[in-house]
Design a protein around this ligand. Structure first.
Ligand code: NI
Length: 166
């Protein structure tokens, strides 16, 4: 379990850098990925980006529950590792829904996101792959790639509310 970085912290507002193939295959990055997955589950997140565990690198994890919700996704029903990910919208459709973030505990707000996107990334072996994502799955990817760009959902959200811990 890696400690989660919470606001305020500069790393959360810094653009993370891309990884080289040699770095992807390094023991350090492989173990970072291995530790990010249980860290996400223990923290009850549906996605986690490396800056949130204090590594300014373009790596993020998307939980398999988000993958599964997209029944058309041509991906294994497993946790998804995205390295150096990029995406583009494939339709004009957007949706406005509630988001939260492990790095901003107790804060929720509505964020408008693209409903249909095409994603390109490297997998944890450094192989390029691409896929389409829709709705909630696409939302989680956009939220995590924002983290890699140093962008927090609260900078885009409306109806922001804080739910105090009980
Ligand atoms: Ni987040």
């Amino acid at each position: 379990m890696l400690p989660i970085v919470t606001i305020p912290n500069k790393i959360l507002e810094t653009r993370a850098r891309e990884l080289t193939l040699a770095e992807i295959n390094s023991a350090e990055v492989q173990s970072l990925i291995d530790e990010m997955i249980p860290t996400m589950y223990t923290s009850e997140g549906i996605g986690l980006a490396a800056p949130q565990v204090n590594h300014s690198l373009r790596v993020c994890i998307i939980g398999k529950e988000a993958v599964k919700l997209d029944r058309k996704a041509k991906l294994p029903h497993d946790d998804l590792v995205l390295i150096n990910p990029t995406w583009r919208k494939t339709s004009k459709k957007t949706n406005n829904d509630q988001e939260g973030c492990l790095s901003i505990p107790g804060v929720y707000g509505k964020v408008k996101r693209h409903s249909d996107i095409q994603v390109e990334a490297l997998d944890r072996q450094g192989n390029k792959f691409s896929f389409e994502a829709r709705n909630f799955f696409a939302r989680v990817i956009q939220h995590e790639v924002d983290h890699l760009d140093g962008v927090l959902f609260t900078s885009k959200a409306t109806d922001v509310k804080t739910i105090p811990k009980t």
